[in-house]
Design a protein. Structure first.
Ligand code: FAD
Length: 291
């Protein structure tokens, strides 16, 4: 199919892009990599009156370290994050996850700002934003505001942006004291959206985990950070039953829906199995940890 008619602008400044969006009275759409938006336009599931293309705006594609954060510009493409040595050393879970994002051709065009804004509940970057406790910075007519990732995703394919706001950059705090991590995902075919996925990061000291991060997706309409699973990891000593206990905690604390891709029960059991593998990998990477 072909899209319905729309106007098109490609401003060279952020202010002009915000102005064009604001002038559309909520009927305009940002165009970034186009990998999610163009299919929606072609199927006429989206019928914006105007597309505001960000590609001519300079300074929106970068990966920087600022203090204890990695900051990524909204127009940074998936493939740039995937290949970045800085991401590999500072945000290893993100680095490991990027090859699971769609296929190479899509990663060559898709952007982090587009992925977060699209808010697909089975997409890796929204889950990573929740996992790292990222801050999403959006610019609108009255300036910039900072939105915690935990508040950004409000439903499947829905975020809390105002219609005239543009995501400009994302801050990812570093998990500097953590010494082990695991990322596990299952999809029907490699490159498809995930059926379920988990990220785990731990600070291990000897037989104790003193700090933990756990996030999952594929079990709700938004990605979830599981603080109860984080507490459970820090409560018991690490022994041969630790990974099995962790899988039980995950299985009993998620309530996925049944959909055309998988039943609720299948997803729950899958998350348990992935949790066990991810914690095993995290413990392995952490070794004995420092005592
Ligand atoms: C076949 C296929 C398989 C895929 N598989 C996966 C997968 O496994 N995992 C995964 O994570 N993704 C997957 N994707 C999605 C892909 O990662 C997209 O690139 C991404 O979701 C959207 O990024 P984009 O830059 O192309 O955004 P666009 O398509 O340009 O925009 C998407 C939406 O976000 C809005 N938007 C874009 N940028 C901004 C901004 N800066 N501020 C405010 N709003 C903005 C647009 O208006 C639009 O509503 C897949 C896509 C396809 C077509």
């Amino acid at each position: 199919m072909k899209p319905a008619r729309f106007d098109y602008v490609a401003p060279t400044t952020l202010d002009a892009a915000v102005e064009a969006l604001a002038a559309s009275n909520g009927d305009g759409k940002i165009l970034a990599g186009g990998q999610s938006l163009m299919p929606l336009l072609n199927f006429r599931m989206a019928r914006p009156s105007i597309l505001v293309d960000l590609k001519r705006i300079e300074g929106l594609s970068f990966i920087d370290v600022r203090g204890d954060k990695v900051v990524i510009g909204a127009l940074t493409r998936h493939c740039e994050i995937e290949r970045s040595p800085l991401i590999a050393s500072k945000l290893p879970v993100m680095s490991a996850a990027m090859r699971y994002v769609a296929h190479l051709a899509i990663r060559n065009r898709g952007t982090i700002g587009g992925s977060l804004s699209h808010a697909d509940p089975a997409a890796e970057l929204p889950m990573l934003a929740v996992f790292y406790d990222a801050t999403i910075i959006a610019q609108g007519p009255s300036g910039r505001r900072k939105i915690p990732a935990g508040e950004f995703f409000i439903d499947a394919l829905a975020n809390c942006l105002e219609p005239d706001e543009i995501v400009v950059e994302i801050e990812f705090p570093l998990l500097t004291r953590h010494n082990g991590w695991g990322f596990e995902e299952v999809s029907r075919r490699f490159g498809d959206f995930a059926l379920a996925c988990i990220a785990v990061s731990i600070e291990r000291r000897g037989r104790k985990i003193v700090d933990a991060r756990v996030a999952v997706m594929g079990v709700a309409e938004t990605p979830l950070r599981l603080k109860m699973a984080e507490r459970a990891l820090c409560e018991a000593e690490i022994d041969s039953a630790a990974t099995g206990r962790f899988a039980d905690v995950l299985r009993s604390n998620v309530a996925p829906n049944t959909d055309i891709h998988a039943s609720s029960d299948y997803r729950r059991r899958l998350v348990g199995a992935l949790a066990e593998k991810a914690l095993t990998a995290a413990l392995h990477r952490a070794g004995e940890g420092s005592s």
